[in-house]
Ligand binder design. Structure first.
Ligand code: DDH
Length: 292
């Protein structure tokens, strides 16, 4: 009987708002984990699920949520994301009708919005796929490399220089973990709030190579408590990237606007137009907006 009801169930925007709210609750229920929030690791899950897209072969992207399967779940770039997938597994039990791709990207949207970021237009329509639809390792950026590599990776997804810089501002959030990527530390002093501090710090601090036995990373000379990856530092070395980074350091509003549209597109990569349930993405209200 209940299975029959589930089969006929067509979720509305209201139903997706219920999932959003559940995710918002999970994000905050982090206890001692990292900086007291699962928000950043959920943003990373949504990004890594989407960033495998190749515009020429139209493979990869958020559609089939293939990171559920080996070997993609074991790809080096995805180290540590089991935490985020397991959290979303709990949400899936309560809302079994949502696809994993929709759930993971909605989690990214909820995390950004609940951590004081801009609204990220989002709509459902991704379907669960199979392990065979997974893409080969190496489609996500390698933090040890330079500007050419960044362009190769992001142009392949269909992004331009401005969008590469806008997307990179996500590193305002979260931190590197020695046991996941080998790198260590946060990029900003407020890793659970979406701000343009990543860009401000890139310009305003002196960045020096950290002396340690780990992979090459930079630290701020003053407090030695913040970090930048080689790929982050490229944004102020490459002339084209630097132009956009400067604009985003000077205007959080401009960055919010460009970040929102680039992330919205990122999370839709690989999803055939015919699958969307709505011709336009939705604006999901934050928990605070729902209460107002
Ligand atoms: Fe990132 N990222 N990222 N990143 N990322 C890491 C953490 C987080 C690169 C490497 C790393 C984006 C772009 C790049 C987030 C979001 C986004 C870590 C540390 C590495 C390494 C992982 C760990 O040890 O736990 C590189 C390289 C690039 C690039 O070349 C552009 C983008 C585009 C996004 C996005 O969301 C749009 C977030 C959030 C985190 C923090 C995760 C956490 O657990 O905290």
């Amino acid at each position: 009987q209940s299975a029959k009801v589930a089969a006929n169930f067509v979720p509305t925007k209201e139903d997706y708002i219920k999932v959003y709210n559940k995710i918002a609750q999970v994000i905050d229920d982090a206890g001692e984990y990292d900086d007291g929030s699962y928000g950043p690791v959920l943003v990373r899950l949504a990004w890594h699920a989407s960033g495998t897209y190749d515009k020429d072969s139209k493979t990869g992207g958020s559609n089939y949520a293939t990171m559920r399967f080996e070997p993609e779940s074991l790809h080096g770039a995805n180290a540590g994301l089991k935490v985020a997938r397991d959290l979303m597994g709990q949400v899936k039990q309560e809302f079994p009708w949502i696809s994993y791709g929709d759930l993971w990207t909605l989690a990214g949207v909820a995390a950004i919005q609940e951590m004081a970021g801009p609204h990220i237009p989002w709509r459902p329509g991704r379907i669960d796929g199979f392990a065979a639809q997974a893409t080969p390792d190496g489609r996500l950026p390698d933090a040890t490399q330079g500007a050419d590599h960044l362009r190769n990776i992001f142009y392949r997804m269909g992004f331009n220089d401005q969008e590469i810089v806008a997307l990179s501002g996500a590193h305002a959030l979260g931190r590197c973990h020695r046991d996941r990527s080998g790198f260590e530390g946060p990029w900003t002093f407020s890793p659970t709030t979406v701000t343009n501090d990543y860009f401000k710090l890139l310009f305003n601090e002196s960045w020096v190579w950290k002396k340690w036995d780990g992979p090459k990373q930079l630290e701020d000379k003053k407090t030695k408590s913040l970090m930048m990856l080689p790929t982050d530092y490229v944004l102020v070395q490459d002339r084209s990237f630097k132009k956009y980074a400067k604009q985003y350091a000077e205007s959080q509003d401009l960055w919010f606007k460009d970040f929102s549209s680039a992330v919205s597109r990122l999370f839709e990569l690989g999803v055939p137009t015919s699958q969307w349930v709505s011709s336009e993405p939705w604006i999901m209200p934050t928990v605070e907006e729902q209460e107002a």
